[in-house]
Design a binder for this molecule. Structure first.
Ligand code: SF4
Length: 233
């Protein structure tokens, strides 16, 4: 596993659970608004903060105190040994939440079939027609759609979420997202804040622009019962 490091304890990364968060390095997408560019491009992350051995030593010490582990990135499912890594965490008795961009449905399929995780949070980067614009490269939208359908049918707890970025998204995108994931159990709109991002040029497109998250929530209501807003402080 290419690990960037881990956070010893979090009360916000895993809904309702006291957890540790582990970060993997490398991603299949290049979202200009990404807040973790050093986890996306391995060359920008020369030295991990913690080793895998240190991470597992921390978990062993926190057995009975922490309830779960959140695996995030970058994109965890591009790591060749992700399944073995999850099994090792589960063997210690922790719940596992996986954050994913849904780019590797074949990996998600194995994870779901073996019920290796207890919660999946998948990013919906944009409407299907504007997906490539949001992720910064060309990608087969059928794969994303496959992941969406599998997660919704999995019986595993899940959420979808979108970071709402002026200059990347329009209200129309959310009308289409609502129809696309109609009936999804849980969907969150995440506020975009201009700070350290993958492509600083985006700042000239977003400057002074806003999208009203409450209005977008109303747009989504007919298709999605449970829409939340996460403010980014
Ligand atoms: S925001 Fe985009 S580029 Fe950044 S980690 Fe997530 S999927 Fe990868």
């Amino acid at each position: 596993m290419k690990l960037g490091g881990f956070q010893k304890m979090t009360m916000i990364d895993y809904p309702g659970k006291l957890a540790a968060t582990v970060f993997t390095v490398g991603c299949s997408f290049r979202c200009s608004f990404c807040h973790n560019p050093e986890l996306v491009i391995p060359a920008q992350f020369p030295k991990p903060n913690n080793s895998e051995a240190e991470f597992f030593a921390h978990l062993s010490r926190r057995k009975g105190k922490l309830e779960g582990v959140c695996i995030t990135g970058g994109e965890p499912t591009i790591q060749p040994d992700i399944i073995a890594f999850i099994k090792k965490i589960k063997a210690l008795g922790f719940l596992v939440k996986l954050d994913s961009n849904g780019s590797q449905p074949e990996v998600l399929k194995k994870i779901i079939a073996e019920k290796l995780v207890d919660f999946i949070a998948m990013d919906i980067k944009s409407s299907q027609k504007n997906y490539n614009k949001a992720i910064g490269l060309k990608f087969d939208i059928k794969k994303i759609n496959q992941s969406v359908k599998m997660i919704m049918a999995s019986g595993i707890d899940y959420e979808f979420r979108t970071t709402v970025v002026p200059g990347i998204h329009s209200e129309q995108d959310f009308e289409e997202i609502g129809q696309w994931i109609k009936g999804a159990k849980s969907y969150f709109l995440q506020e975009y804040r201009e700070r350290h991002i993958l492509d600083p040029k985006l700042k000239s497109q977003t400057a002074g622009q806003t999208l009203d998250l409450q209005k977008i929530k109303k747009i989504l209501k007919p298709d999605l019962k449970n829409v939340g807003i996460r403010e980014n402080n």
